[in-house]
Design a protein around this ligand. Structure first.
Ligand SMILES: Cc1cc2nc3c(=O)[nH]c(=O)nc-3n(C[C@H](O)[C@H](O)[C@H](O)COP(=O)(O)O)c2cc1C
Length: 292
């Protein structure tokens, strides 16, 4: 991991064995079956943001020389096999979506053309929805692309890429990232210069700071104040962005109103301590379960 000051937060990666890969596929399928049993309407298989499936898709992190690495078809095999295994375990009416990066925004990584090619592979499978995002912990484009020239790209980071994907996709495409205003959402849904719009938009931070935003939009244009973190280290700024939004969720859970006002370094420190404490508690629980 190349994350400036925050690399130490992550363990050193190693190559998985074939047996571990098969276990991962089985565990995704088992989890989807449990979600259906628990009465959820669907699951989303997360293949974006530098997590495991996104690592398999990227030629920067997937250095395998077996059937799980090399060509894009091989790098996408784990995702495709997981979709197949999940579908085999759930009923036909249960929704199965995939979250995919439009690009990793890393030189030599998974790019926009790869994303279109993977969506073409998913076209032949019963996938109900593709959500497009972008970036990873190392290159956190999901929390804004400072180099973006146009206002649209600054406000709805991946809409431009999404239009190329929509043109190829047989399933509905959803785009998430940077949407705060009703007009931005409407622009993403509308065609532009002969290129199609997306079917849906996703909102994360905007709803953490204004959970009633859809109602406010319905009543007219409404601004939501989402604090922008302008730290030099983008990975650290991304951690702070998440920590501030999580704080709002905790506040609402405790019956308080969200507030954009907070001292970001303090919120990040508390969030990290909380994560360390929770991880320790989880590891102890796992250990006790293994021994029982
Ligand atoms: C509180 C919070 C938690 C998030 N957790 C995750 C996560 O676990 N995994 C992930 O890939 N993205 C996560 N995200 C990123 C969002 O899915 C989304 O891509 C990003 O926030 C950009 O959308 P936005 O501009 O609407 O916030 C999280 C975002 C927030 C605000």
């Amino acid at each position: 991991m190349r994350m400036e000051g925050a690399s130490r937060l992550f363990a050193k990666p190693r190559a998985m064995t074939g047996a571990e890969i098969e276990t991962v596929i089985a565990r995704f399928a088992e989890t989807a079956a449990l979600a259906e049993q628990a009465d959820f309407d669907g699951v989303q298989i997360h293949a974006a943001h530098g997590y495991l499936l996104s690592q398999f898709l990227s030629p920067l992190t997937n250095l395998r020389t077996d059937g799980w690495g090399g060509s894009l078809e091989n790098r996408a095999r784990l995702l495709v096999e997981i979709v197949r295994a999940v579908r085999a375990r759930v009923s036909p009416g249960f929704g199965v979506g995939v979250k995919l990066n439009s690009s990793d925004f890393q030189k030599g990584g998974f790019g926009a053309e790869d994303a279109v090619a993977v969506v073409r592979m998913l076209n032949d499978m019963p996938v109900d929805l593709v959500e497009l995002s972008g970036g990873s912990y190392e290159s956190p484009a999901m929390h804004g692309r400072p180099a973006a020239a146009s206002t649209v790209a600054r406000e709805a980071y991946f809409v431009d890429f999404a239009r190329d994907v929509v043109a190829e996709a047989r399933m509905p495409v959803l785009v998430t990232g940077g949407i705060r205003r009703r007009t931005t959402a409407e622009a993403a849904l509308a065609p532009e210069d002969g290129r199609p719009g997306v079917a849906m938009v996703g909102l994360a931070q905007a709803l953490a700071f204004a959970p009633d935003l859809p109602n406010r939009w319905r009543a007219g244009e409404a601004a939501v104040e989402v604090p922008g973190i302008r730290w030099k280290s983008r990975p650290l700024a991304s951690l702070a962005t998440m920590a501030l939004a999580k704080r709002q969720l905790r506040r609402m859970g405790a019956g308080k109103r969200p507030t954009p006002r907070a001292w970001a370094p303090g919120v990040v420190a508390c969030d990290q301590l909380r994560t360390i404490w929770r991880s320790r508690r989880y590891r102890a629980w796992l250990q006790a379960r293994r021994q029982a």
